[in-house]
Design a protein around this ligand. Structure first.
Ligand code: PGA
Length: 257
């Protein structure tokens, strides 16, 4: 069965191992109430905890998939402080690539992101590529140009066969952690554009989820998910408390036919 929505939580640099386990145990209890509903089966839940919590969350929930927030493109060796896809693969199925905080704070370039995506695919991980414009780019009418450039450079040289397994998150940088989400209409326009670009690159239909991220929360999630090309949410701040994250999942269940 194809999932209808993907609800993903990006914890960033938050939660110790014990806090991560407590969160998942709490969320499991809340989710177990929903487990028999056929609508619930159409929601995919992914959590991106910090590296230190990945192993402890492996297999901790029948309802939740786990992903890494980052990884390096080399397989092993003298790269102090980095982890590789081989390491991620043992504990998680997903990996976030190119989050704007990685790009802006840690200087990741599109060429690095491209290498990371290639390695993730080689190791059978499902990458979730994050793209999005700054406020300055939006205000100067450069949103679509930026998105097109990021897709072109980040996906350069990756076969359409592999790209059919790519998740994308549109995260306007001005909406991340600001409490100011993109309006559903603004987000939808960019999602439709991303879909179109992917179909040009693939020469065929692109049906994997395109998630929206940037101040998504319980009271705006339904309006966002109601848009035609918004197939999920990547949630930062509002994913840190199990009950708030659960509220978003519950709201999304209501929208499944
Ligand atoms: P936010 O973060 O929900 O706190 O805005 C989203 C993200 O950075 O993935």
């Amino acid at each position: 069965m194809k999932e209808k929505f993907v609800i993903a939580g990006n914890w960033k640099m938050n939660k110790t191992v014990s806090e991560s386990i407590a969160f998942v145990e709490g969320l499991n209890i809340l989710l177990s109430i929903k487990k028999d509903s056929s609508r619930f089966k159409k929601i995919k839940i992914i959590l991106f905890p910090p590296f230190t919590s990945l192993y402890s969350l492996k297999g901790k929930s029948p309802y939740i998939s786990i992903g890494s927030q980052n990884m390096f493109y080399e397989e092993k060796g003298a790269f102090t402080g980095e982890i590789s896809s081989r390491m991620v693969k043992e504990v998680a199925g997903y990996v976030l690539i190119g989050h704007s905080e990685r790009r802006e704070i840690f200087g990741e370039k599109d060429s690095d992101i491209n290498r990371k995506l290639k390695t993730a695919f080689d190791f059978g991980l499902t990458p979730m590529l994050c793209i999005g414009e700054t406020l300055k780019e939006r205000e100067s009418g450069k949103t679509f140009e930026k998105i097109e450039k990021q897709l072109k450079e980040d996906l350069n040289g990756i076969s359409p066969e592999k790209l059919k397994g790519l998740y994308i998150a549109y995260e306007p940088i001005w909406a991340i952690g600001t409490g100011r989400n993109a309006t559903p209409d603004i987000a939808e326009k960019v999602h439709a554009f991303i879909k179109m670009q992917m179909e040009i690159i693939l020469h065929s239909k692109y049906d994997l989820p395109i998630l929206y991220g940037g101040s998504a929360k319980p009271d705006n999630c339904k309006d966002l998910l109601n848009e035609k090309d918004i197939n999920g949410l990547l949630i930062g701040g509002a994913s840190l408390k199990a009950d708030t994250f659960f509220d978003i999942i519950e709201n999304s269940i209501e929208l499944v036919e």
